[in-house]
Design a protein around this ligand. Structure first.
Ligand code: AMP
Length: 277
């Protein structure tokens, strides 16, 4: 596997190129994307870049984990051909042009983390231009990010496919995340309640043939309360329409339950489709 740190050292690869952008601290969630790329494409490029543009001033940029040599080992073991680890100074040498994806980035993560999706879209677009993939792979764990990037690729006519892959979880249901290491032992024991609350909400909504607006609102409110009682500081637990990423009270194949909540100082997000798609 090739470790590339300089933009000029990125060479054009033959055949189909799968691309997996990451912020490193690789875990099984990332590796599932790399393995799928390896299965489907002749070459796989993984990038590791802790993108300063997507962190808010009060967020964890400085302490974000950066286990570089382990990442290189893991990416190689999952089948990456190239690992691109750009230096911030080179990738962000000037930052006068940014990409703003309207609508789908207005609410939820976009609202709670001003500038977050602009930072994601700008850097991911730059990485797309450098790597020139045939297919890029992302995890549904960051559902709104998938929708924002899909919109960007559509609106800018970027010439490749996007693939979104299922969330990889611990055996107790907690979605894998590089941020899980911040959880104390007590918080780690509580963390699976987040996914459990999504499942509970989904089951309650699914038991009704045609849940109306009031029933949806009441179910969401009840499950927010359950999470609060379990020590979560709930940011949102909502039902959204996948295409617009706006709240909906329609329970159908396009609706998703999304949640964000803090346990202590660690903010966790998760989501599930309400009905099988
Ligand atoms: P990150 O390093 O957190 O920016 O994530 C890089 C990519 O891995 C993104 O496409 C994420 O959605 C994806 N990812 C993160 N966690 C998981 C997970 N538990 N399951 C599947 N994909 C994930």
């Amino acid at each position: 596997m090739n470790v590339v740190r300089k933009i000029l050292e990125l060479t054009k690869l033959d055949g189909s190129v799968g691309f997996v952008p990451t912020m490193g601290a690789l875990h099984e969630g990332h590796l599932s994307l790399i393995r799928e790329s390896k299965r489907c494409c002749s070459r796989t490029v993984v990038s590791v870049f802790v993108n300063p543009l997507q962190f808010g001033p009060a967020e964890d940029l400085a302490k974000y984990p950066r286990p570089e040599s382990k990442d290189i080992e893991l990416a190689e073991s999952a089948g990456a051909d190239v690992i691109f680890i750009p230096e911030a100074a080179e990738l962000l040498d000037s930052n006068l042009t940014t990409i703003q994806v309207s609508g789908v980035s207005d609410l939820f993560e976009g609202e709670r983390r001003p500038g977050h999706f602009e930072g994601v879209a700008t850097i991911v677009c730059k990485l797309f231009n450098l790597v020139r993939p045939t297919t890029a792979y992302f995890g549904l764990k960051d559902r709104q990010q998938c929708v924002v990037l899909r919109q960007m690729v559509h609106d800018l006519n970027l010439p490749f496919q996007l693939e979104f892959l299922p969330t990889i979880r611990e055996s107790d249901g907690l979605a894998l995340s590089s941020r899980n290491i911040y959880l104390s032992k007590f918080e780690r024991a509580k963390a699976p309640f987040l996914y459990a609350s999504l499942q509970e909400t989904r089951n309650t909504l699914g038991r009704h043939s045609e849940p109306d607006e009031a029933f949806v609102a009441e179910t969401l409110a009840q499950n927010r309360d359950v999470l609060s009682a379990e020590m979560f500081e709930v940011d949102y637990l909502d039902l959204v329409d996948e295409a617009s990423f706006k709240p909906t009270s329609k329970v159908d194949a396009n609706s998703i339950l999304i949640v964000a909540a803090k346990l202590g100082t660690t903010r966790l997000i998760d989501n599930v489709s309400v009905l099988p798609v």
